[in-house]
Design a protein around this ligand. Structure first.
Ligand code: TMP
Ligand code: ASP
Length: 250
C-alpha cells in the first residue's frame, strides 16, 4: 500500500486508510485468517486479494439491486475505495440453515433447514467475545433506535434473498452470513465491512450425495485443509458467471 496514505485503523482482516475526500477510505484486505476471536490465527498468501475481489463483485451486485452499501470501487486487487462510515457495533447474523454456534447453543441439528430465516444480533466487542444480544438489550444499550433496527432487519432479509439467488446460480448454498452496517457522512445507514467466504457459510451444491463440503472459513476453523483452494473456487465461479450474465436480472 502507498505509504503516503494516512493509516486510520487495523482490524483482524483489514486495514483502513484515509483517501482523497474526508468521506472516503481505502480498505486493504490482509492475508490473515483468524477464528474464535483470534485465538486461532494463520496467514494464507492471496487470501486478502481473493476476499477483496469476491466482496467487490458482491457489492456491485447488491448496489445494482438497490441495496445501499459503502462500496465505491476497486483501488487494486487487494484494496477497495469505500465511503467512510461510523460502524454500528452490531454483528447481524442471518441463518437459513442451522450450523455453527446455533447448534452448539441449542438442540437444533446441524444442517436443519430453518422454516424462515433467523436473525441473531451480537455485540461487536472483542473484549466481551461478541455476546448474543436481545432486542431489549439493544434498546437498553441505546445502540440504535427501533426504526433503525427495523431498517436493518428489512435490509438483511432483502440481502439474504438476493444473495441466496446469487450463490444458487453458482451452485452454492448460502447457509448463513454476518453483516455490519454503519452511518455514512449523510447519516444514512449503509451496508459495510465485506461479503466473502470469511463471513458467509457456503456449501458446494456440486455434490452427488448429502456430504457437506464447505467452501468458506470453516475450512480453517475446523482444520479441513484446502483453504485457499476453496476461496479461489468461489472467486472463479463468480468471475465465470459475471462473464456470461448480468447479475442485475437474476
Ligand atoms: P456462528 O455460527 O459462529 O455464529 O457464525 C454465523 C455466521 O457468521 C458464519 O457465516 C460466520 C459468521 N461470523 C463472522 O463473520 N464473524 C464472527 O466473528 C462470527 C462468530 C461469525
Ligand atoms: N471473526 C472471528 C475472529 O476473527 C471469528 C470467526 O469468524 O469465526 O476470531
Amino acid at each position: 500500500m502507498n505509504s503516503k496514505l494516512k493509516f486510520i485503523y487495523e482490524g483482524k482482516a483489514k486495514k483502513i486508510f484515509a483517501y482523497e475526500d474526508s468521506d472516503k477510505v481505502i480498505i486493504e484486505f490482509k492475508d490473515d485468517a483468524t477464528a474464535f476471536n483470534a485465538l486461532k490465527k494463520a496467514k494464507f498468501e492471496g487470501k486478502g486479494e481473493l476476499n477483496c475481489l469476491i466482496s467487490s463483485k458482491i457489492f456491485e451486485f447488491l448496489i445494482k439491486n438497490k441495496i445501499p452499501t459503502h462500496y465505491i470501487g476497486l483501488k487494486n486487487n487487494n484494496s477497495m475505495i469505500a465511503q467512510k462510515i461510523k460502524i454500528i457495533p452490531l454483528e447481524v447474523v442471518l441463518r437459513n440453515t442451522a450450523y455453527g454456534s446455533l447448534c452448539k447453543e441449542t438442540t437444533i441439528e446441524p444442517g436443519a433447514v430453518l422454516e424462515s430465516p433467523l436473525i441473531d444480533f451480537y455485540l461487536k466487542n472483542d473484549t466481551l467475545n461478541d455476546p448474543l444480544l436481545t432486542k431489549d438489550r439493544i434498546n437498553l444499550l441505546k445502540i440504535i433506535n427501533d426504526e433503525e433496527l427495523d431498517f436493518i432487519i428489512n435490509m438483511t432479509l432483502k440481502i439474504n434473498e438476493l444473495l441466496k439467488k446469487f450463490f444458487y446460480n453458482i451452485k452454492l448454498d448460502l447457509v448463513d452470513f454476518k453483516l455490519e452496517f454503519g452511518y455514512n457522512s449523510k447519516g444514512q445507514i449503509v451496508l459495510g465491512d465485506e461479503i466473502s467466504p470469511d463471513n458467509c457459510r457456503l456449501w458446494d451444491l456440486n455434490q452427488k450425495n448429502d456430504t457437506i463440503v464447505s467452501l468458506d472459513k470453516d475450512r480453517f476453523r475446523n482444520d479441513l485443509g484446502g483453504f485457499i483452494e476453496a476461496y479461489s473456487e468461489i472467486n472463479k465461479r463468480i468471475n465465470n458467471f459475471f462473464k456470461s450474465n448480468d447479475f442485475s436480472s437474476i
